[in-house]
Design a protein around this ligand. Sequence first.
Ligand code: DON
Length: 590
Amino acid sequence: MERPRLWCKSALFVLSLMVPLTQASEAPIINPKARFHPVYGTLGMVVTQEAIASQVGADILAEGGNAIDAAVASGFALAVTLPRAGNLAGGGFMVIHLAKEDRTIALDYREMAPAESHREMFLDEAGDVDKRAARYSIKSSGVPGTVAGLLHAHKSYGVLNIEKVLSPAIKLARDGFEVSLDLSSSLSSRYERLSSNVASRRYFFKPNGESYQPGELFIQKDLAQTLERISEYGRAGFYEGKTAKLIVDEMKNLGGLITLDDLRDYRVVTREPVCGDFHGNTVCAMPPPSSGGVHLIQMLNILEGWDLRSLGHNSAAYIHRLAEAMRRAYADRSIYLGDPDFYRVPIDNITDKNYASALRSGINLVKATPSVDVQSGLDIDPDTLQIEKTFSDNESSETTHFSTWDQWGNVVSNTTTLNFSYGNGISIPGAGFLMNNEMDDFSAKPGTPNAFGLLGGVANAIEPGKRPLSSMTPSIVFDKASSPLLVTGSPGGSTIITTVLQTILNVLVFDMGIAEGASVPRVHHQWFPDRLLLESGISRDTVNLLSQMGHNIGEADYVLGDTQSIQRGPKNSLFGASDPRRPGAAAVAQ
Ligand code: DON
């Protein structure tokens, strides 16, 4: 018999759930004072940015799948139901905690620069960055990693067969699903870019060019066939044969760089997560080529030296300390972070507690330090960290995070992206999916910011086979007994790391339940531009105090991040919460 499920259409609905739907008398309450109520479950949880995809993952748990099966099923479903960020031709990172082995690993399925790419490929004749080429041309696409990554996770750690895990995505693409208000308005908002590509116009708009309206059926037949080939042939269903040929044909047609060899050579890398101690809890997150884990740990180390709780959540004193820690971490990011297969990222130096103490002692507690006066505190010549490597040695913006947790205690934290919303807007004719524009995450020219305002240098220069530096920060927090306590992550480009940082602090320091921790206003600083971004909801007198301390305040006209998280409560209960900042998400308990 089917078990009744907690099933909410949106995070706003989650907030209105004042009464637990099951076992009301036994439902544990994490924080009796909480004004926000998460979704509650005991046998597993799936939280994604799109409700249908969350249900797909929860159904896979119900069929005996583990957290990895659920994550892979939801990941493929998101490629169908959330085309602006879910993807087959993007990349991402998956941090997995394997309960039985008590081991946490980090899967790197980030895109790779094609063999024909080179350091100056996005510079124009005057030597300036050609932003259009770096962001919207077919050359902006890196070699996709998503299909290899999801299949690798499934093959290594899943328990159900791949046909079962892929079948919901295939069905959604083949038979269609009801367009949500969110999908309808998102597609309409990108009409211009998507309709300028013939294939995207055909795939994402009606034959007469009109947008799909909420409630209408959205069918993606070519995408269904690609998914069927993946189901039948595994990795070869995408990286070889018909799908690969369709990709390479379009590369030739539009002047792209990805070849059949690039596709065949794509590899997933299993890496050690970056972990750090914060007041006895262990925080593990994605290592390079993401900058997320390294700077998350670095900022926690700096902040650990103050009694943040006594300062009060989102007080001026607290936000000032956050901003100064962020400013210093992003200064290091711009110099020392890149693909570790090409550059010896000084992870141990950046995450060292003594280094954090030194940075902390340089922070004036009543005055903002202008970013022009902040340089990396590390005394390492960045040019000495390059690794000689040749390709032959190598075997808006939108991103989306999802978290899964199963009854055995396996936990998955996954962030995936096409980079911009709908990537570069170019679809592969006959294959039904959009290409990424992840090459813009490289530093095309030292000192010239990328689309997220991020600076970089030699560590993140374009090289064949290299992975562009990312900010994606899928994370898992462990309690003092080393059991998983919280899984979280977010989209948001450069704001991802600071979003995850504040979510973790909200839970560990301010004792918030995850629904509250996901909802309260956030702030962001990234060294340059020298601007402290504040979401609405920070009081006017706090803003005035920050201003008086010398911060350049920018009130964010967009939201900072969009977390999808799960927190363990008493007696192994699970609490899931989708960030209320964007519509359409859902936490679904099993
Ligand atoms: O990997 C990165 O850091 C970026 N490509 C992520 C882009 C992103 O989060 C945009 N979404 N909101």
